[in-house]
Write a protein that binds this ligand. Sequence first.
Ligand SMILES: [Zn+2]
Ligand SMILES: [Zn+2]
Length: 141
Amino acid sequence: MRTPTELVGEFRARGLKVTPQRVAVFAALEGNDQHPSAEAVFAIVREEMPTISLRTVYQTLNDLAAMGEIGQLELGTGAARFDPNTGPHHHLVCDRCGLVRDVSVGAGEPTPPRSELAGFRVHQTEVVFRGRCAPCAAATD
Ligand SMILES: [Zn+2]
Ligand SMILES: [Zn+2]
């Protein structure tokens, strides 16, 4: 994702509305590696800006995702998660608390056998490692 200042310019260039609420959403995402849901972004922004609506947060996230500035991930944690890191990477997902962390797989990228690809052209590979984060693994339930 570009910086909030650059995003303001990009939104204006595309004729999209730029409001202090939207800029606060950009700021909440900048450098955020928590893969927040829309509700989590809403909770962050509301601290500074109590008048913001969840609808505005959703609209801004949808606009950013449509522009390719953030990724929208469906990881089975109950809500879409948003990722300002658009570089190639994979995810660890805790099935107990919903924690999502970036991981790199590097040279070990999984590749299906050519015969199974049947001419399919892969342009992106996403690997999800599911399990429990350390605190959840130590929990007794
Ligand atoms: Zn966990
Ligand atoms: Zn990520």
